[in-house]
Design a protein around this ligand. Structure first.
Ligand code: COA
Length: 154
């Protein structure tokens, strides 16, 4: 049998309200479900809340979302489907979100990451984020949150 043709490279797109169900599914698979369907719909309607996705065919493989607040991009989440990690998708979708923030007038970006989230911390460090503060016991399980920042104008 001849080999199967390679899958097409994932393509980047702007998330919109019609993607709320796919975002909810990926949110649940990657993060345990931080937002409800109604929250996702509201999130994706707002011009000042940019969200980017990477899709392969109909499958949403990765997403990154943020809020534009004055000259800051507040990154609310980054998620990659469990079977597709360590292939550069998280880096790509977050880098593109940072570019989108810069193009929209943000000069720096910030986020919170759980102190025990090795993959998250690894990704953010690779993109230049540095810890500027700690919120002790911030998460429901008592874990600390690291407050991180990066300058987008480099
Ligand atoms: C964090 C997450 C988004 C990373 O996505 P990913 O597509 O696997 O990451 P990438 O392949 O783009 O990796 C980019 C860099 O991040 C770092 N990194 C990624 N996964 C890592 C891990 N498991 N351990 C340590 N560093 C890691 C590395 O520096 C990596 O570069 P390298 O592959 O050249 O070493 C993914 O693990 C995920 O969805 N986790 C669950 C959701 C989550 O915790 N999100 C962050 C908080 S909102």
């Amino acid at each position: 049998m001849p080999p199967l043709p390679p899958l097409p490279a994932p393509t980047l797109f702007r998330l919109a309200p019609e993607h709320a169900r796919a975002c909810l599914d990926l949110d649940q698979a990657a993060l345990g479900g931080i937002w409800s369907l109604a929250q996702w719909q509201r999130e994706l309607e707002e011009e000042a809340r940019p969200g980017l996705g990477l899709r392969q065919g109909e499958a949403l493989l990765a997403m990154a979302c943020g809020w534009l607040v004055l000259d800051e991009l507040h990154i609310t989440l980054v998620a990659v489907a469990p079977g597709h990690r360590r292939r550069g998708l998280g880096r790509r979708v977050l880098q593109d979100l940072m570019q989108t923030g810069l193009a929209s007038g943000a000069s720096r970006a910030t986020l919170e990451v759980a102190a025990g989230n090795g993959p998250g911390k690894g990704l953010y460090e690779a993109l230049g984020f540095r810890t500027a503060g700690i919120r002790h016991g911030y998460y429901r399980n008592g874990e600390d949150a690291l407050i991180q920042w990066v300058n987008l104008k480099r």
